[in-house]
Write a protein that binds this ligand. Sequence first.
Ligand code: G3P
Length: 297
Amino acid sequence: MDKRPTTKLFLDSGNPTDTQKAIDLLGYLDGQTTNPSLVAQNPEINMKLTNGTRLSENELLEEYRKIIQDIKKIIPEGSISIEVYADLETKSEQMIKQALEFNEWIENAHIKLPTNKEGLIAARELSISGVNLNMTLCFSQQQAAAVYSATKVASSSSVYVSPFIGRLDDIGLQGVDLIANIKQMYENSDHHVELLAASVRNIKQFLYCLYLQVDIITAPLKVYEEWAKLNKTLPGIDLDPAQFMDMGEYLDTKHLQQMQYEEVDLNKSPELYEISHELTTKGIVKFAQDWNALLGK
Ligand code: G3P
């Protein structure tokens, strides 16, 4: 039996060395996601900084472009997500400018934009222009519905929405519930938005997303290392779904609060959804801080 899951597997890392390691573990890799915090952890960039080198904005972008192109050499067919710089003041026009520039770095890029008001305006414009998108820092069904609505015009572009599991767990909510809820909400949609489970921190969250058969999971190398140790167990093949659900240990149901499903109409205008979320705001601030730290700001 082919043990490859139907879910596409991406690596969450800003280090091309990890790309090859993930392929060695899995035998393949469907794509990779990056973000400013992951770029800030890249060993080569870190080496430069510890040597006292200060990077200018152009030099940092050049480093980012090199990382992306190095990943591309390893997974030429894979989708690679590149994130725009955004802080709380960044306007949609500035996101669009960066997106169009980054989109030239490689073929088959997905441009990451924050799921806030300006990001959604940019997403609408960019999807009309055929730019592939990955809407990041999503923490609610309302935000995922707004992504769906804002990009509905997308004819040729591919759109992902990235709900962050681990960061919901951090505030005491069962992050994987949001994944299940968005999957259910999208069930009767035109499926132009693919569900990409992100901020996956451990094997339990990973296996649960496989069980849900989400479109895509992005996970750090350490999760793939753990999965390889489990002989790449697949819920539904190696683990009976009922038995899997009974395995209370897979999810921390004792400590985390369930997230209830909400009926959301997908056919409203994007501005009519409740898209503000404190974790999106915090996430934007943190990405901006990590990026600016590289510039000595
Ligand atoms: O894929 C998004 C991811 O990089 C964020 O992960 O662990 O910082 O919440 P984390």
